[in-house]
Structures are given as structure tokens and as C-alpha cells.
Design a protein. Sequence first.
Length: 121
Amino acid sequence: MRTRPDAISELAVGDKVVHLDEHGYVIDPEEWDEATAEELARRQNIQLTNDHWDVIRFMREFLAEHGVAADARFVMRFLEERAAGSGRSGREILFELFPYGYVGQACRISGMRQPRAWSTG
């Protein structure tokens, strides 16, 4: 999605500024850091746990390796592999961690640009 220059906001995190689009997504993933994730999660009433951080790190590593954000199915597969033998699906775990979905919360908190169009799985 295109970022409207007139709708850019600034998020002060510590001593740095992160630029967000009109929907609260980080415009430049290079501006993101863990403190930014904490603040974005706090704004969505999410207390980040180790499980959240595992997903966030998976997504950040995928972005670094492939140059694009991971599709939700890759994250769900990652979660299923981690929970092998528990009887829980990756989708179930993903929505427990991010109740408003992959795009609405996981991508935003992980510092991904706003996806153009995506199914949440």
C-alpha cells in the first residue's frame, strides 16, 4: 500500500523517532527495534511474552533473508513445528498470541510495512 505523505506520524521511542503510516505500520523496517515492538504492542494491549518474541524474531529473520515479510502460512507452520505433539494448530496459536490477526497485529508489532492485500490465514 502506498504511504500518504500527509498521513505519516512519528512515534517517539526512547531517544529515536519511528515513522508510521496512517494505519500504524512502520514505514521503514530499518527504523524498528525491540523497544519499538514493545511500544506498538502496548498500544494494542499486548504484553509481549517469549512466544510473541519467537514469532517476531522469525518474521524479522524471514524479512532479512528474503527481503519480504513472511506470509502468514509460514508463521503458522513455524508455530506448529514448535508445538509438535501438543495437538494445537499454528493458526490457533497465532490467534492466541495476536487476537486481531497476523496482519493487524503481528506484522505491525514486528515492524513490517503494511501488506498490500493478504489473507490472515
